[in-house]
Ligand binder design. Sequence first.
Ligand SMILES: NC(=O)c1ccc[n+]([C@@H]2O[C@H](COP(=O)([O-])OP(=O)(O)OC[C@H]3O[C@@H](n4cnc5c(N)ncnc54)[C@H](OP(=O)(O)O)[C@@H]3O)[C@@H](O)[C@H]2O)c1
Length: 308
Amino acid sequence: MKKINVINGPKEIPAIILGCMRMPSLSVKEAETIIDTALGLGINFFDHATCYGRGEAETRFGDAFANIKIRREDVFIQSKCGLCFERNEFDWTKENIIESTDAILKRLKLDYLDSLLLHRPDLIFEPEQVAEAFDILEKSGKVRYFGVSNVPTMQMELLKKYVKQPLVFNQLQFSLDQSQLIDQALYVNNLTTERSIDRDNGTLDYCRLHDITIQAWSPLQKGFFKGCFVDDPELPELNKALSEVADKYDVSKTAIAIAWILRHPAKMQAIAGTMNPEHLRDIATASNVELTHNEWYKLYLASGKMLP
Ligand SMILES: NC(=O)c1ccc[n+]([C@@H]2O[C@H](COP(=O)([O-])OP(=O)(O)OC[C@H]3O[C@@H](n4cnc5c(N)ncnc54)[C@H](OP(=O)(O)O)[C@@H]3O)[C@@H](O)[C@H]2O)c1
């Protein structure tokens, strides 16, 4: 498995993460199988969030992980907090960050998290409170690294003014179908396309400048959870290009879609959401593929974009 070293952060982490959002649908035994499969592929990094199945994903993982014979220090376990759908609010207060972390650890049956991300911006967050919470969690040994998810440039700047710990990850939606993270740079100032709209104030370049590793969520999804774009008959051009490149490397179209993310020089991680061991084995083969510069563009253009 291709590895990534995060400056100011963890080293030798896998380029592919297993996202556990869909784990609530599994039995404990099935959860053990997918965790074991991931570990066998070198995917020893697991992503959670308090809201996945309202805690069910973490509970299932905790029950399964307790049965797996692996040293805690040989896996990287991440969760996210802040989305409080049950209360109809996003909450980055000190109390919520600390209470959520304690609840996460209890559900996962762990003493510490390798990383904790703030899931989506709380519109009325106070950075001083985040800083206090991070200090307490770091000093108590409950969290090793901190980061954010779906957080744009200036909010990261605002956090950095108060938070002492480096923000090492930003988890963002990014895929061949949902490539808004990179599109704007191509169409800058262009009045003829919506793609020229700067939707996140240069988050990609900010992350690269500040050594924040981007974790690409929903790397295979069309739109906002409209299903996997691989083999989607509504996307014939993209699937034709994926198929041509896949043939060259003797891997699947799915693997090429993941390899396209890993080819970006920002050295992103891709978070695979499958709970199917066969699909995960297939996705892991992306790690062996290094697309050429031209192949990367061929796939990007086949996904419905054009050069200005
Ligand atoms: N930070 C955030 O706001 C945020 C938001 C969403 C998700 N996430 C994270 O990102 C992770 C991944 O999200 P996701 O599950 O939407 O991502 P995804 O990996 O893009 O999509 C997973 C879906 O694609 C299907 N799939 C995968 N490989 C396939 C194949 N070879 N053929 C057919 N279908 C295939 C899976 O079906 P099968 O199960 O049948 O394989 C599953 O339904 C989540 O688990 C979570 O950790 C974060």
